[in-house]
Design a protein around this ligand. Structure first.
Ligand SMILES: Nc1ncnc2c1ncn2[C@@H]1O[C@H](COP(=O)(O)OP(=O)(O)OP(=O)(O)O)[C@@H](O)[C@H]1O
Ligand SMILES: [Mg+2]
Length: 224
């Protein structure tokens, strides 16, 4: 362990021509195998931070490194995002007119050539998240918790090194939230996947190895 997976150096993110400073000179590293939680009040910059760490957004200033290599271009990011990073969002972001299986298969296009292998892997992942009886349901036919399970299976489709989850239980009731967190923890522990979760929930933060506190775009305390 102790190997740096993703590092940010002096990252700032400005909006509206600099009027809004969403992130202010952030330097941090996520180590391989860690479970890190990111907490802070609404508007403090958590999602912006996650989006920059995962290449969904670009910083105004500063550098991002993946396994100690500086990410220089869009091509670098496309490569890393498609093969090394999984995402789980608060609103699930599934395609409603596609089945659970198809949603999980989509990220494998361009990575896994055989359609048979894609189907096999998607089936295996959906069984793993407890959805073996929902494989051919459209996502619009699934409950919120089931949709989030599909999203988690999808995030695992290319066996990523790291999973980023932005308030993954924000749209779920407390019982369903617990089962989703248990599932993410299980994946983290069993498969040694690095996990970074943005959360408002202290119980979830307590389960993590390390909590990063964000306030007004700055890190105020990196330890839990
Ligand atoms: N695309 C954008 N254009 C302008 N301002 C933005 C944009 N995205 C975010 N911001 C601003 O940047 C700041 C940080 O936003 P961010 O979404 O990262 O907060 P957050 O901590 O995730 O909040 P929440 O807990 O409500 O999700 C906020 O003041 C927000 O209004
Ligand atoms: Mg947010």
């Amino acid at each position: 362990m102790n190997k740096e997976l993703i590092s940010l150096k002096n990252i700032s993110k400005l909006y509206n021509g600099g009027q809004i400073k969403a992130l202010d000179n952030i330097t941090l590293s996520i180590l391989q195998g860690e479970f890190v939680s990111i907490v802070g009040p609404s508007g403090s910059g958590k999602s912006t931070l996650l989006n920059i760490m995962s290449g969904l957004d670009k910083p105004t200033k500063g550098e991002v490194f993946f396994k100690n290599n500086k990410i220089n271009s869009n091509k670098d990011w496309i490569d890393i995002r498609s093969k090394k990073i999984g995402f789980v969002f608060q609103k699930f972001n599934l395609l409603p007119t596609f089945t659970a299986l198809e949603n999980v298969e989509i990220p494998m296009f361009g990575v896994v050539n055989s359609s048979k292998k894609r189907r096999l892997k998607a089936t295996e992942l959906l069984c793993q998240v407890g959805l073996k009886d929902r494989l051919n349901h459209y996502s619009s036919e699934l409950s919120g918790g089931e949709q989030q399970r599909v999203a988690i299976a999808r995030s695992l489709s290319n066996s990523p090194d790291i999973i980023f989850a932005d308030e993954p239980t924000g749209n779920l009731d407390s019982e369903t939230s617990k089962s989703i967190i248990r599932l993410l923890l299980d994946i983290h522990l069993k498969f040694n996947r690095t996990l970074v979760i943005v959360t408002h929930n202290n119980e979830i933060a307590k389960l993590s190895n390390r909590t990063i506190h964000i306030l007004d775009g700055e890190i105020v305390n990196k330890s839990s």
